[in-house]
Design a protein around this ligand. Structure first.
Ligand SMILES: [Fe+2]
Ligand SMILES: [Fe+2]
Length: 199
């Protein structure tokens, strides 16, 4: 799918507010892609399409999730999470997009997950730090994102988990596994640095 086609399609299907968000996520994803050496065109498309699941009402998303088993049990219990995996499923089976990296990024853009690609991590971040977001802590993440990706990601996961804890919502297991992986990555890096210092 070309960028122009994605924009025409989104304009038709989503609100102006959500469309503007998708454009800002695209802009941020493209910047991050340049910085971290991933496919810039694909980052543009993933930024635009990450909320494609929101083109349908939650009731329909849930029906699709149950019928096609394209979202796990916890996701099916939490409407705010449903649009991510079902959106990726829709992109694949209704829009004919079969790029694994793009579909993975859309699937995990709300929860993250252990083992996701750098590309998916950048889309996850872009959704959180796009210029329209103003939650406490987001400026700090914008400052460190280019130099310290894992710490930036950890801050996003922590803020997201705190948000759902405060509201007594489900903490998705993928967010926990993602957080644990990031902490171990950061620990390993620290140990490597200490190792270099001893020479
Ligand atoms: Fe989303
Ligand atoms: Fe979004």
């Amino acid at each position: 799918m070309e960028r122009k086609d994605a924009i025409d399609m989104l304009r038709e299907k989503i609100s102006d507010e959500l469309f503007s968000h998708c454009l800002r996520v695209e802009e941020t994803a493209v910047k991050l892609a340049h910085q971290h050496g991933v496919d810039v065109e694909k980052a543009s498309l993933a930024g635009l399409l990450h909320d494609f699941g929101k083109t349908l009402p939650e009731r329909v998303l849930l029906e699709l999730a149950v019928k096609y088993d394209n979202a796990d049990y916890f996701t099916q219990q939490e409407p705010a999470l449903l649009h991510a995996p079902v959106g990726a499923w829709l992109l694949k089976y209704e829009m004919g997009i079969d790029d694994f990296e793009l579909l993975e990024a859309v699937t995990y853009h709300t929860t993250g997950s252990e083992g996701i690609s750098l590309f998916s991590k950048l889309i996850y971040l872009a959704d959180f730090i796009e210029p329209g977001r103003s939650c406490p802590g987001v400026n700090r993440i914008r400052e460190i994102v280019y130099d310290d990706l894992d710490t930036a990601l950890l801050c996003v996961v922590d803020l997201t988990i705190k948000y759902v804890l405060d509201r007594q919502k489900i903490v998705h297991p993928n967010s926990i596994s993602f957080r644990n992986e990031l902490i171990l990555n950061l620990r390993n890096k620290e140990q490597e640095l200490q190792g270099y210092g001893s020479f």
